[in-house]
Design a protein around this ligand. Structure first.
Ligand SMILES: [Fe+2]
Length: 135
C-alpha cells in the first residue's frame, strides 16, 4: 500500500503545529490568527483521521498476516481517542474571545491535545508505516 499521502499529511500537521507554537508566544494578541489556524489544522486532521480510521487501520485488520492484523486492531482501539480529544478541544476554543478570556487554560489544553496528536503521528511513523509495504 502506498502511504505517501499519509506521510505528507503528517508533515503538514507538524508544520502547522510549529506555526501554532510561534503564535502561542503572544496568545491574546494572536487569538484570531490562532483560531483561524486551528480550523486549518482541523481540515487536515479531518481528512487524515477519516483515511486512517476508515481505510488504513482496516486494511491492517483485514491482513492475512495475524501480526499486522493485531497491529491494526491496536491502532484502531488506542488512537480513536485522539480524534475525540481534538474535537472536544476545538469545540472549547473555536472563538478568539474564549482564548482571550482564559489564556492560561488554553495553553494547557493546546499543549495536551498536540501532545496526543504528535504521539499518534510518532507511533504511526515508527510502528505502522514501516509495515505498510507488507499489506
Ligand atoms: Fe496519521
Amino acid at each position: 500500500m502506498n502511504i505517501d499521502s499519509y506521510r505528507n499529511e503528517h508533515k503538514a500537521i507538524l508544520r502547522e503545529a510549529g506555526n501554532l507554537g510561534r503564535l502561542l508566544s503572544n496568545t491574546v494578541e494572536n487569538s484570531s490568527k490562532i483560531v483561524k489556524l486551528l480550523f486549518k489544522i482541523d481540515q487536515i486532521l479531518e481528512v487524515h483521521f477519516a483515511k486512517e480510521d476508515g481505510i488504513l487501520y482496516p486494511a491492517f485488520i483485514d491482513s492475512a498476516n495475524p501480526n499486522n492484523s493485531k497491529v491494526g486492531e491496536m491502532f484502531l482501539s488506542e488512537m480513536g481517542g485522539v480524534e475525540e480529544a481534538w474535537s472536544f478541544f476545538l469545540s472549547r476554543w473555536n472563538v478568539a474571545a474564549k482564548i482571550e478570556e482564559d489564556e492560561e487554560r488554553f495553553k494547557v489544553e493546546v499543549d495536551a491535545v498536540f501532545q496526543e496528536i504528535k504521539g499518534r503521528i510518532e507511533a504511526e511513523d515508527s510502528i505502522l508505516f514501516p509495515l505498510c509495504s507488507k499489506i
